[in-house]
Design a protein around this ligand. Structure first.
Ligand code: ATP
Ligand code: MG
Length: 585
């Protein structure tokens, strides 16, 4: 039986002595379960000082360069000791940052690129890589093992693929993907790998976190019990969102999905919430506009924008929401509340479909790969409200999904609907009727319900949702009839006023006390006498009247978060007083 393994030893300056060769042989055969090793020495000027030994798929780098790299890696690890997650397990996806190799005597597995294109590379010769492992290519580009087959592995690339060609060497790193995280990211615009793209210089990270991280377990969580106010009347009253909840925003194109998310971010000013907006596959001009809106409203002070535009290769679009969530987790595990917007997951699924097809995975329904459900469920499960033992932090997620012609039963929409805790359904028809935000009351829901509302909001809301539903039915029913009885007429007027009140301009979130006052006014029927076209003006006047003349009332609602009978009475009295001053409508 011939068990002899062949190894090549490359050297540049000095040939190894027989003694050195013997000791290398001993090391190799120990690593190879005592197989015999035969070493062939080759002169290779590219090695520099020292030498490199290749044996099967393994490479042992004892060159000066290799050792310097190793030393650097060790220094990096030491410096990151205070960081979030010990960097031993992860490695950043960036090209130039940490070149961290576990070399020493263990060697590393190397392979060769057999095919490259569209951000994907197939590598031959690496046999033991694990799913999600970072693979480094000769030119420094990093990729991630995404598909492990009998004869090759498929990698997605986190960088330019122009430096990679057939035959390029690829090396295992034995580590999973990670991104830099830290407080200094607040106020910045970064790409999917955590690199700044706003031209404001480097960001000092305080640690690294793995891109893929298991969601908190059941014991580490607590039920959602604190509101995450959007400042949008129709959402906060009927579909309240709580901290740690996942609420889907779904609708056709150009129905105001992004606007709702942005208004929610703007409304978090002074509420000690860190907001992360993730743009996936959007136009760069759209992202620039969004950043502009956030800046204008002073929301960048507590926000981070993670941008992967339509021109980024699909691996970057695919990874963006995961790295953004890693960043969010950093804050959550430090006890902070985070709001994260994924805009949008339809494009995310499309990017994933593109790279899956390139990896030659079998297409399933709508040509998406079989694991597209898991793609989003493992992402959204990471949003939660942590228990007090864990610091009580939270991640609230607002994923966005674009539908085609209102079809919520397509593959991706049904998947994401089933993972989230409710959805806000936006409708084109309503949008064009001028009902903006175009929330469809019948199809929207928040499964967390009123536990995500303050007591004041809960008490003030009353039966608004039912009133609206009744009104919509009635409006259709009575469209063509001319003589209506008094009760129906009244119901219709009330409904009209209600609909008008729920219209809200962009970038004008309402504070909780303002919403409570409006709700009390409308549910008590004190606005019904105002002609519909003046309702908006009336609303604004009423709010500023309270904000200027009744500061104690406003402060009491905000402070206690409750609505006692006495308080309700004084609000009603004040509204009556106010109504007297505007008799002229
Ligand atoms: P896309 O599908 O292109 O991503 P979208 O659904 O995210 O679109 P937005 O970009 O938020 O929609 O809004 C579309 C347009 O509607 C924008 O021009 C925005 O200014 C306008 N719009 C959205 N909400 C309102 C509102 N409440 N009042 C007035 N205009 C609005
Ligand atoms: Mg949008």
């Amino acid at each position: 039986m011939n068990n002899t393994k062949k190894a090549t030893l490359r050297y540049a300056a000095t040939a190894p002595t027989q003694e050195q060769i013997n000791s290398i042989k001993a090391v190799l055969s120990k690593n190879l379960q005592n197989e015999e090793v035969e070493i062939e020495a080759i002169l290779d000027p590219s090695v520099g000082g020292g030498f490199i030994v290749n044996c099967g798929n393994f490479e042992y780098d004892w060159s000066d360069q290799g050792r310097a790299k190793q030393l650097r890696a060790e220094l990096n690890t030491a410096a990151l000791g205070h960081g979030e997650v010990i960097s031993g397990r992860i490695i950043t996806m960036l090209k130039e940052k940490v070149e961290d190799f576990e070399l020493s005597i263990k060697g590393r597995e190397v392979g060769e690129v057999t095919w490259v294109g569209d951000g994907i590379a197939n590598v031959d010769g690496i046999e033991h890589a694990f799913y999600g492992e970072i693979i480094e290519f000769e030119d420094g580009t990093k990729g991630m093992a995404q598909d492990i087959r009998d004869d090759h592995i498929g990698c997605i690339l986190f960088g330019d693929d122009t430096g990679i060609r057939q035959g390029t060497r690829a090396v295992r790193t034995y580590k999973e993907a990670g991104v830099p995280v830290g407080e200094d990211f607040i106020g910045r615009v970064i790409d999917a790998l955590g690199q700044p793209v706003d031209g404001k210089g480097d960001i000092k990270e305080s640690g690294y976190r793995p891109v893929e991280n298991p969601a908190p377990g059941i014991v580490d969580r607590q039920p959602v019990n604190e509101p995450m106010e959007t400042g949008i009347l129709s959402i906060d009253t009927m579909f309240p969102i709580g901290r740690g909840q996942r609420e889907l925003i779904i609708g056709d194109r150009q129905t105001g999905k992004t606007s709702i998310a942005l208004d929610t971010i703007i409304n978090q000013k002074g509420k000690d919430v860190i907001c992360i907006y993730v743009a996936i596959g959007q136009k760069a001009s759209t992202v620039a506009k969004i950043i502009q809106i956030l800046k204008k409203n002073g929301a960048m002070d507590y926000s981070i924008v993670v941008s992967s535009t339509a021109s980024d290769p699909s691996p970057l679009q695919y990874i963006a929401p995961y790295s953004a969530t890693a960043l969010a987790e950093y804050f959550m595990y430090h006890g902070k509340d985070v709001l994260i917007v994924y805009d949008d997951l339809s494009k995310h699924a499309v990017a994933y479909r593109a790279l899956s097809l390139l990896l030659e995975r079998p297409p399933g329904r709508e040509a998406y790969p079989g694991d597209v459900f898991y793609l989003h469920s493992r992402l959204l499960e990471r949003s939660s409200k942590l228990s007090s033992d864990q610091g009580g932090g939270s991640i609230t997620a607002l994923p966005i999904i674009e539908t085609l012609a209102g079809d919520v039963s397509a593959y991706i929409p049904t998947n994401v609907i089933s993972i989230t805790d409710g959805q806000i359904f936006l409708e084109s028809d309503l949008f064009f009727e001028g009902m903006r935000p175009a929330v469809n009351v019948g199809l929207s829901v928040s499964r967390v319900g009123s536990s995500a509302q303050t007591r004041a909001m809960k008490k003030a809301t009353g039966s608004i949702r039912i009133d609206l539903a009744q009104y919509r039915e009635m409006a259709v029913f009575t469209q063509f009839s001319s003589d209506l009885d008094e009760v129906t007429k009244k119901q219709l007027t009330h409904g009209n006023v209600l609909m008008e009140l729920l219209k809200q301009p962009l970038e004008h979130p309402l504070a909780m006390h303002e919403q409570v006052i409006i709700l009390i006014a409308v549910t008590s029927g004190r606005i019904d006498h105002i002609p519909v076209r003046f309702v908006r003006e009336y609303k604004e006047k009423l709010i500023s009247h309270f904000n200027y003349n009744c500061q104690e009332i406003c402060a009491e609602i905000t402070k206690s978060g409750d609505l006692t009978e006495a308080l309700r009475k004084s609000i009603l009295d004040e509204i009556d007083e106010f109504n007297k001053t505007i008799e002229d409508y």
